[in-house]
Design a protein around this ligand. Structure first.
Ligand SMILES: *Cc1c(COP(=O)(O)O)cnc(C)c1O
Length: 438
């Protein structure tokens, strides 16, 4: 990628490592968005993280708003999480047999999330949504699933349709290799459009097993649910005997300890969790009403299993993270940091004359490069992704790393103190000025 000569030197080692990586792994990465394709340059290669910051292999420090794409709500190398993981590791790193830690974390989740009475741990959000849908189909004896364009629920076949996130960035709405015999059961509606959902229910009477939704959409940028939208989904599912699944893999324990369902006062039948509940280790879960969850194997016939599910290190990291989040005022601090960041970004953009629409819920933050409101995927796709790319590169050169796509959410952690936020706003203001050609 072409960059300034000085910048070239600054990122020399990252370029070298990434060049080698590309000979070894498809695109040099293990998850597509990491390759920076959408922002017109090679990725920085990370050496280490601490608190709100990461350092690349060239030694450049950055304030980090990727935060592992969501898990690191306490920032990097939090002492409490590290101590818990080290302690667990010293006692054995995997058993494939029950441990007490599984019950501890399960109990914490059930206590925190109002709609969850029973929970099953898995290893990734992809597994959680895939398994929740299998359960919903089994419980209703129906096949169809309604999902929303721009909502991402992992990369399982049936859900990889108009899926936002990395799929948007690459301009691949779905993917080759996904049989149409699978996706024919996936029905699509625009986000925030309950009327479209009502129409799908009418059209496919008694065939819809589930509605799956991100209660706050975080994989097409950050798009908030309009007032009443989630309530309408609850009502439609009740009317038609369908299972309402909240995919809270991103929002669970992030926007509130009880998740987005607490924030908006809507109770889903099943909830998917991930990211924060593993504190940065591979861990996810699905849970919900006991009468549904007891249909999962071995209590019931709906098969789902995992060699590493409930892994002791992941349980330890999750327990330590949730304990830290129980401290009074944590979510207020995250909200203040998110609000301060968004306020500063908006002020910087206005001063430079760059049209943006920022959104945030607590520590989920997004800056859309558009002058029109964004309430669904179609509107999100109208953003100026070229401007976003230039802004991204401007921030990177000024020591701030954000997710490398217009369609990802930035994550603030408890380690992002006011100094970090101010420094970010200063860097962003300069990047906006450069973008505007001042
Ligand atoms: C990240 C995410 C997933 C997928 O989780 P993985 O652990 O990457 O498989 C699913 N749903 C939502 C809402 C997510 O943000």
């Amino acid at each position: 990628m072409k960059t300034l000569d000085t910048a070239q030197d600054r990122y020399a080692r990252s370029h070298l490592v990434f060049e080698q990586a590309q000979q070894l792994m498809p695109g040099g990465v293990n998850s597509p968005v990491r390759a920076y394709k959408a922002v017109g340059r090679d990725p920085i290669v990370v050496r280490k993280g601490s608190g709100a910051r990461v350092t690349d292999v060239d030694g450049n420090p950055y304030i980090d708003y990727v935060c592992g794409y969501g898990p690191l709500i306490l920032g990097h190398t939090d002492d409490r999480v590290l101590a818990a993981v080290n302690k667990a590791a010293s006692k054995g790193i995997s058993f494939g047999m029950p441990t007490k830690a599984e019950s501890t974390l399960a109990g914490m989740i059930i206590e925190a999330v109002a709609s969850i009475e029973r929970v099953r741990f898995v290893n990734s959000g992809t597994e959680a949504t895939m398994s929740a849908i299998r359960l919903a189909r089994a419980a209703t004896r129906r096949d169809k699933v309604i999902k929303f364009t721009g909502c991402y629920h992992g990369h399982s076949d049936g859900l990889l349709v108009e899926a936002g996130s990395g799929a948007t960035t690459l301009g691949v709405p779905s993917s080759p290799g996904v049989p149409s015999s699978v996706t024919q059961h996936t029905l699509l509606a625009p986000y925030n459009d309950e009327q479209a959902v009502g129409a799908l229910f009418a059209q496919h009477a008694d065939a819809v097993a589930a509605v799956i939704v991100e209660p706050i959409a975080g994989n097409m940028g950050c798009v908030l649910p309009r007032e009443g939208f989630l309530q309408e989904l609850r009502q439609l599912c009740d009317e038609h005997g369908a299972v309402l699944i909240f995919d809270e893999v991103m929002t669970g324990f992030r926007v509130a300890y009880g998740g987005a369902q607490l924030l908006y006062g809507v109770k889903p039948d099943l909830t998917c969790l991930g990211k924060v509940i593993g504190g940065g280790l591979p861990c996810a879960a699905y849970g919900g009403r006991a009468d549904l969850m007891q249909q999962v194997s071995p209590q019931g016939p709906v098969y789902q299993a995992g060699t590493l599910s409930g892994n002791p290190l992941a349980m330890a990291a999750g327990i330590a993270t949730l304990e830290a989040l129980q401290e009074p005022g944590v979510y207020d601090v995250l909200e203040q940091a998110g609000a301060a960041l968004v306020g500063g970004l908006e002020a910087g953009a206005i001063a430079a004359g760059v049209p943006v629409r920022c959104s945030h819920v607590g520590s989920m933050v997004c800056c859309f490069f558009t002058d029109a409101p964004v309430e669904n995927y179609e509107q999100a796709l109208r953003c100026d992704t070229g401007a976003f790319g230039a802004f991204f590169r401007g921030l990177l050169d000024r020591g701030v790393v954000i997710p490398p796509s217009q369609y990802e959410t930035w994550f603030v952690s408890t380690a992002h103190d006011p100094g970090c936020i101010d420094q970010t706003i200063e860097a962003a203001s300069q990047a906006f000025e450069v973008l505007a050609g001042h």
